[in-house]
Design a protein around this ligand. Structure first.
Ligand code: AMP
Length: 173
């Protein structure tokens, strides 16, 4: 399935969650069996070459394909979560979003020193989220071997935040 066909499974929702934002809704893609399998396989193919030990997914939509990737590649899965959700000791980062501000946390013991970490989220927008997660994982001693997205909003230039990282997205707008 090519990028053009996958695009037909992504729903544009204007003015969500705020006026002026066009939300890229991947739920129709996830709900379609062939698209779900295809996107997982293609992302896994890219990720596999980076030989990750762990997939690090961003709350919440990064958990879905992140866990599928981890299963497919035989990796562990680690969740970057919103403040107050993780029960044990955490490290935390706050960053600016396309809409508003956000913080994410990792368990302080989530990344083994020297672990090869592949970061995943559904959408690369301004890059703040992925950058914060990469910084947290690096702070814990992980090596970021790749950053993989389903969708990249190229006009927001999120890649600039991720300079020096190996960044991949399946669909660019
Ligand atoms: P950013 O930190 O600006 O790259 O934003 C990325 C995070 O916000 C990801 O977790 C996305 O799921 C979400 N996000 C930002 N903009 C959009 C958008 N236009 N459509 C869907 N999700 C978005």
């Amino acid at each position: 399935m090519g990028a053009d066909e996958l695009k037909t499974k992504i729903r544009d929702v204007p003015d969500f969650p705020e006026p002026g934002i066009v939300f890229k809704d991947i739920m129709p893609l996830l709900a379609d069996p062939a698209s779900l399998r295809d996107v997982t396989d293609v992302l896994a193919g890219w990720a596999e070459q980076r030989q990750p030990d762990v997939i690090l997914g961003a709350e919440a939509r990064g958990f879905i394909l992140g866990a599928a990737l981890a299963y497919k590649l035989g990796c562990g899965f680690v969740a970057a979560r919103r403040p107050g959700k993780l029960p044990w000791k955490t490290v935390s980062a706050t960053y600016a979003l396309e809409y508003g501000e956000n913080s994410l946390e990792l368990h302080a013991d989530a990344i083994a020193s020297g672990a090869r970490v592949l970061v995943h989220d559904d959408v690369l927008a301004t890059g703040g989220t992925a950058r914060a997660i990469c910084d947290l994982a690096a702070q814990l001693g992980g090596e970021i071997v790749g950053v993989a997205f389903v969708i990249e909003l190229g006009f927001l230039e999120g890649r600039k935040q991720l300079e020096g990282y190996d960044v991949h997205s399946l669909i660019t707008y």
